[in-house]
Ligand binder design. Structure first.
Ligand SMILES: [Zn+2]
Length: 377
């Protein structure tokens, strides 16, 4: 199985020509639609790539096929990897060169149109780590995100899943405000359980501040004062706060995934993921949280699952999705009642655990049931 991972790197705006990248993106879009537009002033190696790589569009991490006409399509590019003076991989005319000797990435005429122009950026440690793990970076993409130029690198690696040990890692995903809970199971016993969630007060604080400032900015705009010193200052401040908010959520997501994947590898577990249910999505919508914040929580929950899967695949960790119940008693299958503080109680048999721990017991029960069925056959 080929596993892929990708990273986005912001390119120096002052060294790139945004209009040129826009033009390349438009040509890429045409390429995806089987229109070959040969532009005389475009280097041949880039031109041919636009058409030659279109077959990869669905397999590249960032290369989802554009859904409509003139949708922004990132430019797919092949790379040359230079490890030592004599050891190179890839096409020698590739416009993206990863130079491991000097730890730089050289971009030939894909950020600016002047012939022979080269933009150099430092090689991120992410690349070195992926290569150490046996990955190779055959493809890159260039494009604009919110008007800023970016380079996306795609690492790929052939990987086989390992045979799981007698450990299981169950990950119960809720919307981000209730976080996730994980449980480590060994020999049908829950040996460790932990709920995880981001610092909500900090996130809510930043969100509320950005809303308050946006309202103030809106007032200025209605008065035609948005271009004033005050208006400009306010706008910069809003952007800064939003960036901080997204960075906090992103950081938390990445660190949590990293920790869970390490844990999975350490014990050679089988991972069972209970993705956010329709029920918890509805639950979130009913809560008294501003709608913008709800959207953010849902978005980062989805990102968490996506990132988790990408990394589990990359490291060959076997996993599967399972719908696990949290409102039915895993002992007697009686309906559970929710008490204060998300505690679930069974009025029939007295089973009582935190809500996010119930799914762990269902996994154990199912494993036991499976064992019994096997012996009976
Ligand atoms: Zn019960």
């Amino acid at each position: 199985m080929i596993a892929r991972r990708s990273i986005l790197l912001r390119l120096p705006k002052d060294k790139c020509d945004v209009d040129y990248i826009k033009r390349l993106m438009a040509l890429t879009n045409l390429g995806y639609r089987n229109f070959e537009v040969l532009v005389p002033d475009l280097p041949k190696n880039i031109q041919y790539q636009l058409y030659g790589l279109k077959n990869y569009k669905n397999s590249l991490v960032f290369g989802t096929s554009p859904k409509r006409w003139f949708a922004e399509a990132w430019i797919p590019l092949v790379t040359l990897r230079v490890y030592t003076k004599d050891f190179k991989k890839g096409n020698t005319t590739a416009p993206v060169v990863l130079d491991f000797r000097n730890n730089i990435i050289k971009l030939h005429q894909v950020c600016r149109s002047e012939p022979g122009s080269v933009v150099k950026i430092p090689l991120p440690s992410w690349v070195i780590e992926r290569v150490k793990e046996g990955g190779d970076i055959k493809f890159a993409m260039i494009g604009l995100k919110d008007g800023e130029p970016y380079l996306a690198l795609v690492a790929e690696r052939v990987v086989e899943s390992y045979q799981p040990s007698d450990y299981m890692l169950v990950i119960d995903v809720n919307a981000w405000n209730n976080g996730i809970a994980w449980g480590l199971i060994r020999d049908n016993m829950l040996i460790k359980w932990k709920p995880e969630r981001p610092q909500l007060s900090e996130i809510e604080g930043l969100y509320n501040l950005s809303v308050r400032l946006s309202k103030k900015y809106g007032k200025l705009r209605r008065l035609g004062l948005d271009k004033s010193e005050e208006g400009k200052r306010l706008r910069r401040e809003i952007r800064r706060i939003r960036r901080k908010l997204y960075a906090k959520l992103r950081d938390y997501t990445q660190k949590l995934v990293h920790r869970l994947v390490r844990k999975a590898l350490r014990h050679k577990v089988l991972v069972i993921i209970d993705n956010m249910s329709e029920e918890s999505r509805r639950g979130l919508l009913e809560e008294k949280i501003p709608s913008g914040l709800k959207k953010l929580y849902l978005m980062y929950t989805r990102r968490f699952v996506k990132l988790l899967i990408t990394q589990l695949k990359w490291y060959g960790v076997p996993y599967r999705f399972e719908r696990l119940l949290s409102s039915i008693c895993p002992v007697c299958e009686h309906e559970l009642t929710q008490e204060e503080g998300r505690i679930m109680v069974c009025e029939n048999c007295g089973f009582k655990v935190p809500r996010d721990m119930v799914p762990m017991y269902w996994v154990i029960k199912e494993v036991n049931l499976g064992d019994r069925e096997e012996t009976e056959q």
